[in-house]
Design a protein around this ligand. Structure first.
Ligand SMILES: Nc1nc2c(ncn2[C@@H]2O[C@H](COP(=O)(O)OP(=O)(O)OP(=O)(O)O)[C@@H](O)[C@H]2O)c(=O)[nH]1
Ligand SMILES: [Mg+2]
Length: 403
């Protein structure tokens, strides 16, 4: 059905229509505006990207999780099924070799001492004419090898007398003579037994001390290995609390041989870590507790006092059987003063002479024992985990002189 159009009143219709259209448009715009202003969930601020919900690996994600529409801000609910942690294989515990005979195995590491020190001496002593000049050279050779001034004098005097008695000398005789002299200075009669025997139920306690970087932590780790290799049970105390890395370093050594490592937070009291390690050792009835300490300069009184405290605190629980001073053989005579000061504070019972593989100054063994009146009990002959040996004077002297 169509409406008739009144052509006469068209202008009126036209007028009405115009008004209606305008009103309708205005009404529509107003309604749209109101809708935009008051639509539910409108955000006052410009939309912010919602935080990423925690994601789980695809296969562990609960069904349906992460499938909400765009802009969902809810975080994932806890997984319905317990998430099994990734299977991490426990570190393989090694069975280190026993400590006996190690110095023989590591003998070639003393080659540097041998060429510079032993061979030089043998050559000089084998000369037909031994005038003052040659004796001066022999003396110089001994001093350069860090034998120390007074042991050098003693040796040169004795050698002079014996050479006079011998007259002409075969190379074998020269070697024998020098061997006797060196051995006498190294002193095979000193008791070099490392005191790591249990006292009834109580473990032996070994305190490891020294200046920075001498090899304390490495020696502690190597010693733990050697003891485990000898069938002992060991607890390690990481009483170097200055750096977390120091405790981590020791922990790695411990884990490799299955020895517990007691450690404290970075910056905590080293004495309390040493105390806890001793307590753990007693509790677990181990054979030995070895306590690694932070490197400290012997000139820093505060740090030396702290070391004294570490020892006293351990003594509340057990006896400190062994205080090992770790000396770097390459630092030569500088080590001597350090050694004296450490000795005053913690009463050193043995020396671990490290880095003997990297020096021609093997004579340090003689001077350090003499100056301190304490035997060299252990020698470090390399960076490898089993490059620590109980010190054997005869093997040492033979290595210096060569075969
Ligand atoms: N060649 C050689 N290197 C060694 C020996 N003993 C230790 N070292 C090395 O010396 C460096 C220092 O060893 P650490 O055991 O960290 O010394 P530290 O005394 O604990 O050092 P601080 O805790 O910083 O005082 C490391 O690179 C060791 O591998 C050794 O007998 N021979
Ligand atoms: Mg260290």
């Amino acid at each position: 059905m169509t409406m008739p159009v009144d052509l006469e009143n068209w202008h009126l219709v036209d007028g009405y229509l115009g008004v209606i259209v305008i009103v309708a448009v205005v009404a529509l715009l107003a309604a749209g505006g109101l809708f935009l202003l008051f639509r539910p969930g409108r955000k006052a601020a410009p939309p912010v990207k919602p935080p990423e919900p925690p994601t789980l690996p695809e296969e562990k994600r609960p069904a349906g999780a992460g499938e909400e529409g765009e802009g969902a801000t809810t975080t994932l609910p806890p997984p319905a099924v317990p998430v099994t942690p990734a299977v991490v294989a426990p570190p393989e515990v090694e069975v280190p070799p026993p400590s006996a005979g190690r110095m023989v195995r590591l003998r070639s590491r003393l080659a540097r001492s041998q060429s510079a020190f032993g061979r030089g001496l043998l050559e000089l002593l084998s000369r037909d004419r031994l005038d003052d000049e040659v004796w001066d050279e022999i003396e110089e050779n001994l001093i350069t090898a860090d034998v120390g001034v007074s042991p050098t004098r003693v040796m040169v005097e004795e050698l002079r007398t014996k050479v006079k008695v011998l007259g002409t000398r075969t190379p074998e005789e020269v070697r024998k003579l020098l061997r006797e002299q060196l051995l006498a200075q190294v002193n095979p009669d000193l008791d070099r037994t490392l005191r790591v025997q249990k006292h009834g139920d109580r473990p032996a306690v070994v305190l490891v001390v020294g200046v920075n970087g001498t090899g304390k932590t490495t020696t502690t780790g190597k010693l733990a290995r050697a003891l485990v290799g000898d069938g002992k049970k060991v607890v390690l105390g990481a009483a170097d609390t200055f750096r977390a890395a120091a405790a981590d370093q020791l922990q790695t050594w411990g884990e490799r041989v299955g020895a517990d490592v007691v450690r404290g937070p970075e910056g905590s009291d080293p004495a309390s870590v040493a105390f806890d390690a001793t307590a753990r050792g007693i509790e677990e009835k181990v054979d030995a507790v070895i306590v690694d300490t932070a490197g400290r300069l012997h000139t820093k009184t505060g740090l030396m006092d702290e070391l004294g405290k570490v020892k006293r605190v351990i003594e509340k629980k057990a006896t400190v059987d062994e205080v090992l001073l770790v000396l770097d053989a390459t630092t030569g005579q500088n080590g001597m003063r350090q050694a004296q000061v450490f000795g005053e504070v913690v009463n050193i019972t043995g020396i671990a002479l490290t880095k003997l593989d990297g020096t021609a100054k093997g004579g340090i063994v003689i001077s350090v024992q003499r100056e301190l009146g304490v035997p060299v009990k252990l020698v470090g002959l390399g960076e490898g985990p089993d490059d620590l040996a109980p010190f054997d004077p005869e093997v040492f002297v033979d290595a210096i002189l060569g075969d």
